[in-house]
Design a protein around this ligand. Structure first.
Ligand code: 2RA
Length: 329
């Protein structure tokens, strides 16, 4: 299997290579792809040296699968060009997610929507993936009516410049600003750009993407996405009202039995999910599971995951694994 990683030198691309090394995809040839600036440089993958190539050169090599994390503009221009030469593209940008002709996939939830004809597949937004990983089994059991989410998102979701801004602030160094304000010891209710309706793009991803993945637009969602100075992952406070009542013990049992989800909920021992513990892990962690006593059939949850792994690179690689395992590539 000839696999290209487009954006191989970026934060997500680097994690993609790490995840590929950890898992057993049958990679016979790796094609690391980056900008002209990085072309020609070398990188190590499974102990072997590979030369970084440009998009122009990579498409001529006709990879079987291309894992993209290079921004929406690059995806819009280049994903179709790779698809034309027979490559199956799995894209991390938001470019294709809400395109009605493209699949938006968390493999353990809706991998079954994939077919051989899907040559451009969208990886959902990181904060969406961890949300639906937990809500999907509960929705199937109790049917969601309304979801209210507040996110607490790591600076790593904004990229290298943002991580550098936080490091600079902590070191007392003046440097380039990724955000309109200081992020150190601060909380910015501002993830991505603001839209006409007063929401941010990030918040509208949380409103729209879960409905496509869960194949159900009967429930409503509202969200507030906040950037905070953590490094290890995104956290979410989730309030979900169901059409039907639930039993808390049954909720815990359902979540404990859900592949890829780990329940951390032992208040006597101060055990609950934390970003620093989720860092570098592929699971989605859920805790603070409790009934909302102010409204019927309503549950409060706290959900944490590493936004660069399950929120991006690992889910992308898992889609590739699903395609290979089901002979769809
Ligand atoms: C963020 N989810 O955290 C977005 C993109 N990675 O900024």
């Amino acid at each position: 299997m000839k696999i290209a990683v487009v954006g191989a030198t970026g934060m997500v691309g680097t994690v993609m290579l790490k995840v590929l090394e950890e898992r057993n995809l049958p990679v016979t040839e790796l094609i690391p792809v980056a900008s002209e600036k990085s072309a020609g440089k070398k990188l190590l993958y499974k102990g072997k040296e590979y030369t970084i190539v440009t998009l122009e050169d990579a498409v001529k090599m006709k990879p079987d699968v291309a894992l993209f994390s290079a921004g929406g503009d690059t995806s819009l221009e280049w994903a179709p060009k790779f698809a034309e030469v027979g490559t199956t593209v799995i894209d991390n940008s938001s470019a294709w997610r809400m395109d009605p002709t493209k699949k938006l996939v968390v493999p353990e939830i809706n991998g079954d929507v994939l077919t051989k004809d899907d040559k451009i597949i969208a990886n959902p937004n990181c904060s969406t993936i961890q949300l639906v990983a937990v809500l999907s089994p509960l929705h199937l059991k109790y049917k969601m009516k309304r979801v209210v989410i507040s996110t607490y998102q790591s600076v790593s979701g904004s990229g290298v410049k943002a991580v550098q801004q936080l490091d600079n602030e902590e070191a007392g160094i003046e440097g380039e600003m990724a955000y309109p304000h200081k992020i150190g010891r601060n909380a910015l209710p501002h993830c991505d750009v603001f839209l006409e309706n007063g929401y941010t793009k990030e918040e509208m991803k949380l409103v729209k993407e879960p409905k496509k993945i869960l194949r159900d637009d009967s429930f409503s969602v509202t969200a507030t996405a906040v950037r905070i100075p953590t490094a290890g992952g995104h956290s979410e406070a989730v309030n979900v009202q169901f059409e039907n009542n639930f039993d808390l013990d049954e909720v815990r049992t359902i979540l404990s039995k859900t592949p890829g989800v780990i329940v951390e909920d032992d208040l006597e021992n101060n055990l609950y999910p934390m970003a620093i513990n989720a860092h570098n892990k592929d699971e989605v962690f859920v805790g603070r599971i409790r009934r909302d006593e102010s409204q019927e059939n309503t549950l409060n949850l706290w959900i944490v995951a590493d936004n660069l792994r399950k929120g991006a690179a690992t889910n992308t690689v898992q889609i590739a694994e699903y395609l290979i395992a089901n002979n769809l590539v």
